[in-house]
Design a protein around this ligand. Structure first.
Ligand code: ATP
Ligand code: MG
Length: 195
């Protein structure tokens, strides 16, 4: 079984994440995509705005009734800084026989070289990279051992980010349709990102 891993802070999860996962699933012939919210992202400044519990709940809501998508709490359960290499080792022990592919947007792909133990990671998984607005993939700057393990896939470009969504909420602007409906109702009901 081929499994895509969609890692992120998901603060909140939005349509960019959903379309990226679906595009990678289709192009990569993946059987499932597992969304894994990080506890503490390694390369980001500052704490997530919503709690881990809330970010996980939003991911559960986004994948609810989706046949190929699952949410996993493995990084939140482990706690601390969430390194992909630790997650992959844990997943391989828990789910033998699966082949894992990391699905990564251009911004994160461009700093793949500074991921913890990335050479070891590249021996264990393959990568699907997706361009996103404002972030072209700079394939030349990637470590050479990645090249054979990376496939770049085109997706409909969606200029949406969690940062932008939090900013809209803080400014009292609408985020309707930028996040899945059940995520929208959760954000509104819990007054997330209002300040
Ligand atoms: P933030 O603004 O808080 O950084 P984000 O929108 O970048 O949030 P993340 O949780 O940081 O979302 O990203 C998780 C993964 O999804 C990353 O690999 C990122 O590159 C990818 N991604 C996020 N938004 C898009 C998008 N609009 N198009 C393609 N990929 C995306
Ligand atoms: Mg980001």
């Amino acid at each position: 079984m081929q499994v895509g891993i969609m890692g992120g802070t998901f603060d909140p999860i939005h349509i960019g994440h959903m379309v990226a996962a679906e595009t990678a699933r289709e192009a990569g012939g993946l059987d499932e995509v597992w969304f894994i919210p990080s506890a503490m992202p390694p390369l980001k400044n500052g704490e997530p705005s919503a709690s881990g519990e809330q970010r996980l709940e939003m991911v559960y809501r986004a994948v609810d009734f989706q046949p190929y998508f699952r949410a996993m709490d493995i990084e939140l359960e482990r706690g601390g800084v969430s390194y992909s290499i630790d997650t992959v080792r844990e997943l391989q022990a828990l789910y033998p026989g699966r082949a894992f592919t990391y699905i990564i947007g251009a911004d994160r792909l461009n700093d793949l070289g500074s991921w913890r133990r990335v050479e070891e990671l590249a021996e264990l998984v393959s990568f699907i990279g997706l361009e996103r607005p404002g972030h072209l993939i700079d394939a030349a700057s990637l470590p050479s051992f990645i090249s054979g393990k990376l496939r770049i896939v085109q997706m409909p470009q969606l200029d949406v980010s969690s940062t932008d969504i939090r900013g809209r909420r803080a400014a009292g602007r609408s985020i309707r349709f930028l996040v899945p409906d059940k995520v929208y109702s959760f954000i509104i009901r819990n007054h997330l990102y209002e300040t």
